[in-house]
Ligand binder design. Structure first.
Ligand code: ZN
Length: 113
């Protein structure tokens, strides 16, 4: 797969061909641990923001996942704030549109393993 072919790839979400190569940060659930991989080469859609990986990146991520994301290989650690759903300081009830948008965004950011 050559680079020119990748750059002209259409986004699988919105079918835009306006995509770019970038290094991204992705979060994964591994059992009850939230782990982050930085500097993952990805194709990013300039239209909708969706990120997708080539076969090499998927293989590398799978290799780290199969190793169980060993803590001794981590380059650093992040502190992550945790919120209880429904207890964030607002009495506003989100509209159904807002709820479905949030769900779509969460599925982009957090890929369950
Ligand atoms: Zn797109």
């Amino acid at each position: 797969m050559d680079t020119a072919e990748q750059l002209s790839a259409a986004c699988p979400v919105c079918e835009s061909t306006d995509t770019r190569l970038a290094r991204v940060r992705s979060a994964f659930w591994h059992n009850d641990r939230l782990v982050v991989i930085e500097d993952v080469p990805a194709l990013v859609c300039n239209a909708c923001g969706e990120q997708f990986y080539d076969d090499t990146a998927v293989l590398m991520i799978d290799r780290i996942r199969q190793a169980g994301f060993p803590s001794e290989d981590a380059v650093r650690e992040l502190r992550v704030p945790v919120f209880a759903f429904g207890r964030v300081g607002t009495t506003d009830v989100p509209s159904p549109e807002a709820s479905s948008f949030t769900a779509a965004l969460a599925s982009e950011v957090l890929i369950r393993s």
